[in-house]
Design a protein. Structure first.
Length: 368
């Protein structure tokens, strides 16, 4: 019996070392903030006991759903047709036009490209094939195509990252873009991943909640969100998560990143609203993690709290990371927006829109 226990301990120890070695040697897992940064974090109100924390108490996993549900086969969770994005003409998009000084396109999930008076900005550019560190089939992008080739874009003025989860901070995408980006704006600690991936320190600006920076005539605000972070088994909440606001004389945009509903939304609306457009987390929700992602009805409520003229549901349309059907988020968001008299937009992936021309009929492109 003693020999069996020794063998089992040896096997467990060996597996542990293999996993730790794989994580440490695989670049996609990123890197933890250095000790000097962690020491500086301890002086912050939103960092306690070695972890960043939310403004309000947030239970991460409620235990209201057995994890086996996540792995059940359900054809409604993915589109059963070829979901091709519209192709963006980058030459036309990057050029400025008198009638469209702020234009943008959704790239699927929570990724966007903006042109604000000639400044090209990417939000959470997850343009890779899998929303995971390994090619897990169930987390594969719905389409093999994206709205434009990363090779065709020459210069990006700014990339904003909301947090370090794989479906928002994608190593293959960053690797392709890193030589093209003038500046990365990221929450505290996230810069450690970028440094590990070969991005120079002078091209990274780390920000805490309520910090402000200027990009030409655009004001960039790093704002609170209700979520969590971590890319490996041992670094939960070692980096900050955030939402973002972009303000200019051409329009005001709010980008929620990943977030549960909370009082921070009312505070942001009061301090920074009204917004011309609010891009709000509205997919991959589940009652098991109901505090860190918004259900569609909450996303609409959030748009009201933010005083948003127009609301766009995001965090859907590219990956299956929960148990609901892939179209449930947009269908429920449309119904609840109608009930609450909230203007909503539902563009196709890759469709270019102008901030001053959002009044248009919504087409149910997800129905075939």
């Amino acid at each position: 019996m003693k020999k069996i226990i020794i063998i089992m301990l040896y096997i467990i120890t060996s597996i542990t070392f293999i996993i730790i070695g794989f994580v440490n040697l695989s670049p996609q897992f990123g890197s933890n903030p250095p000790n000097k940064d962690i020491k500086s974090f301890t002086e912050l109100d939103n960092f306690k006991d070695g972890e960043f924390m939310n403004l309000e108490e947030t239970e991460m996993m409620t235990g209201e759903m057995p994890m086996s549900e996540f792995f059940k086969k359900d054809s409604s969770r993915r589109p059963q047709f070829n979901l091709k994005p519209k192709k963006i003409n980058l030459e036309s998009f990057i050029g400025t036009a008198k009638d469209s000084i702020m234009k943008f396109a959704w790239l699927g999930h929570s990724a966007f490209i903006f042109n604000i008076n000639g400044k090209i900005i990417l939000l959470d550019p997850m343009l890779g094939k899998h929303a995971a560190p390994l090619p897990v089939p169930s987390m594969k992008r719905y389409s093999d195509e994206i709205a434009f080739s990363l090779d065709d874009i020459i210069t990006i003025d700014a990339v904003l990252i909301s947090h370090d989860h794989y479906d928002h901070l994608d190593y293959p995408t960053i690797k392709k873009l890193r030589s093209k980006v003038k500046m990365f704006y990221v929450p505290l600690g996230v810069g450690s991943h970028l440094l590990n991936w070969g991005i120079k320190k002078e091209n990274i600006i780390e920000m805490n909640w309520n910090d402000e920076r200027q990009l030409g005539e655009i004001d960039i605000f790093c704002l609170p969100a209700r979520h969590f972070s971590g890319r490996g088994p041992l670094n939960r909440n070692s980096t900050l998560w955030s939402s973002w606001a972009l303000k200019s004389r051409y329009g005001k945009i709010y980008f929620s990143g990943d977030s549960g509903f909370g009082s921070h939304l009312f505070s942001i609306g009061k301090q920074h609203g009204p917004f011309d457009l609010a891009l709000i987390d509205c997919g991959q929700y589940n009652k098991a993690w109901k505090n860190t992602h918004m259900f569609p009805k909450e996303a609409v409520q959030a748009s009201k709290a933010l005083q948003a003229k127009h609301f766009m549901p995001i965090h859907w349309g590219a990956f299956t990371l929960s148990t609901h059907s892939w179209t449930e988020p947009i269908e429920q968001a449309l119904n609840r927006s109608k009930e609450m008299k909230q203007k909503i937009i539902t563009p196709q992936i890759g469709e270019v829109l102008s901030i001053n021309k959002l009044e248009k009929e919504n087409i149910s492109w997800w129905v075939k």
